[in-house]
Design a protein around this ligand. Structure first.
Ligand SMILES: C[S@@+](CC[C@H](N)C(=O)[O-])C[C@H]1O[C@@H](n2cnc3c(N)ncnc32)[C@H](O)[C@@H]1O
Length: 389
C-alpha cells in the first residue's frame, strides 16, 4: 500500500472515512464542513506550500535542508517564480474564503453555499486534471509516491477531491430536501445580502423617483385611492408617491437597508406609509387584500422556481377587480445567461401571460417592441393587470 499511497494521504483518507461514518451522530452538515476543510487543505493549501517552495528554491534546486528527489525545483524558470508565488497566495486566499463559506453558510443549510462550493470544486478538479495532463504531455517527471522518493504525489489530491465530493454529497440532502419555507431560515440568501450592501453604501441606479407609467396612470385617474402595496419597494419612491395621492400604502422589501431609506423618505415627505421587511416568495408579515399592487423590477429578479412562489404568494393579495402594475425587464433568454449567476434578470416574452393569465386580465401598456440581444439590457415591458372577479 505504501508503494502507491503516501502515509500522509492515507491518514487523511482514514480521518475522512471516520467522519463520514460518524455523520449520523455528529450531523451531516457539521461533518460536511469538516470534509470540505480537509479537501480545501489538501487541494489548495498543500499545493500552495509546494508552489511557494518551488518559487523560493534556488535555480540549482531545493533550498538547503529540503530534498528535491524529483528535480522539480530545477524545472521552474526564474521568471516563472514570482508568478508561481502569486498563484500560491491566491490559492490560500481562495481556500480561506471557501472555508469561511463552508463554516458560515453551508453549516446553516444555505443553498447558495452548496452551489458556490460545488462550482469551486469543479474548477479545482479541472485545474488539477489540466496540470496533470500538461506535466504528462510534456514528458516532465510526475511527483511520485512517497515510498519511491519521499515527495508528495497525486494521492493527497485524490483524497482531497474525494473528501470535498463527500462533503457535497452529504450536505445535499439536508439542504435541498429541507422544507423550502422553513421559518427559521432568513429569507433571500446572497441576493438579499447583495441588495442590502448596495442600498447601504451606494445610491442604486434604479433609485430615480416615482416611475413614469405609475405617475401617468394615477394622474389620468386610473387608480382610485385604496389599499396599495409596492412589492420590492426599494427606497420607497413609488410607495411615497402613492401615499401622497391618498393611498394607504404598504411597501415590502427584503433588504433592511432599503427600508431604512424608504422610511426616511416618507418622513421627509411628511406622509404615512408602512414599510415591512418580508420575502416576496414567502410572505409572513403582510396581509391583504389590496386594491392596487405595484412591482417595479422585483419579480424579474427572481430565479425561475422563486417566481412560482412569488405568484402563489402575491395573487391572493389582490382583491377581485384589483389592479396590478407590473414592470419588468423582458427579452428572450440568451444562452449565456444560464451560466452567469444573477444574470437571469428578465422575463421571457409570454411569461407574464403564462404566470398571471389564469388570475388577471392582462394589458401590455408599454415596452420594447423588438428587444436588442446585443444590448446588456435588451428590453422591458410594463403590464396593467386586473384581477378577475
Ligand atoms: C431592481 S430593485 C427595484 C426597487 C424599486 N421597486 C424601485 O423601482 O426603485 C428590486 C427590489 O426588489 C427587492 N427584492 C428582490 N427580491 C426580493 C424578495 N424575494 N423579497 C422581497 N424583496 C425582494 C430588492 O431588495 C430590490 O429592492
Amino acid at each position: 500500500m505504501a508503494a502507491t499511497i503516501s502515509l500522509w494521504a492515507l491518514a487523511w483518507l482514514a480521518l475522512a472515512a471516520l467522519l463520514v461514518a460518524a455523520s449520523p451522530r455528529l450531523g451531516r452538515l457539521r461533518v460536511a464542513v469538516s470534509l470540505c476543510w480537509i479537501g480545501l487543505f489538501l487541494l489548495t493549501v498543500e499545493d500552495a506550500l509546494l508552489t511557494a517552495w518551488l518559487a523560493l528554491a534556488s535555480p540549482a534546486g531545493a533550498p538547503a535542508g529540503l530534498s528535491d528527489p524529483d528535480g522539480i525545483a530545477g524545472l521552474v524558470p526564474q521568471a516563472a517564480r514570482a508568478g508561481v508565488l502569486n498563484t500560491a497566495a491566491w490559492a490560500v486566499g481562495g481556500a480561506i474564503l471557501a472555508g469561511w463559506i463552508a463554516r458560515r453558510a453551508l453549516a446553516a443549510g444555505r443553498r447558495w453555499a452548496w452551489w458556490a462550493l460545488s462550482t469551486l470544486f469543479g474548477l479545482v478538479a479541472v485545474t488539477h486534471a489540466g496540470t496533470a495532463w500538461t506535466i504528462h504531455s510534456r514528458g516532465l517527471p510526475f511527483p511520485t509516491p512517497a515510498a519511491e522518493h519521499g515527495g508528495f504525489g497525486w494521492e493527497p489530491i485524490a483524497v482531497g477531491l474525494l473528501s470535498w465530493g463527500a462533503a457535497l454529497t452529504l450536505s445535499y440532502g439536508p439542504i435541498f430536501r429541507a422544507q423550502p419555507n422553513d421559518p427559521a431560515k432568513p429569507a433571500g440568501g446572497i441576493a438579499r445580502s447583495l441588495y442590502n450592501f448596495g442600498y447601504r453604501y451606494f445610491r442604486v441606479p434604479w433609485d430615480v423617483g416615482p416611475r413614469r407609467e405609475l405617475v401617468d396612470l394615477l394622474k389620468r385617474g386610473c387608480f382610485p385611492p385604496g389599499r396599495a402595496i409596492d412589492l420590492g419597494c426599494g427606497t420607497g419612491a413609488n410607495a411615497v408617491f402613492l401615499a401622497q395621492h391618498g393611498f394607504d400604502v404598504t411597501g415590502v422589501d427584503f433588504a433592511p437597508a432599503a427600508l431604512v431609506k424608504a422610511r426616511r423618505r416618507a418622513q421627509e415627505s411628511d406622509v404615512i406609509a408602512r414599510f415591512v421587511e418580508d420575502d416576496l416568495t414567502y410572505l409572513r408579515n403582510v396581509t391583504g387584500p389590496f386594491d392596487l399592487l405595484v412591482d417595479y423590477g422585483a419579480l424579474d429578479d427572481l430565479p425561475l422556481p422563486a417566481r412560482d412562489k412569488y405568484v402563489e404568494q402575491v395573487v391572493p393579495l389582490a382583491r377581485p377587480s384589483a389592479q396590478f402594475l407590473l414592470w419588468c425587464f423582458e427579452w428572450p433568454p440568451r444562452w449565456w445567461e444560464r451560466f452567469v449567476p444573477f444574470a437571469a434578470m428578465s422575463m421571457a416574452p409570454g411569461e407574464v401571460e403564462r404566470r398571471f393569465g389564469p388570475y388577471f386580465e392582462i394589458e401590455r401598456i408599454a415596452g420594447t417592441e423588438v428587444p436588442d440581444p446585443r444590448a446588456f439590457i435588451a428590453g422591458y415591458a410594463c403590464y396593467l393587470m386586473t384581477r378577475r372577479v
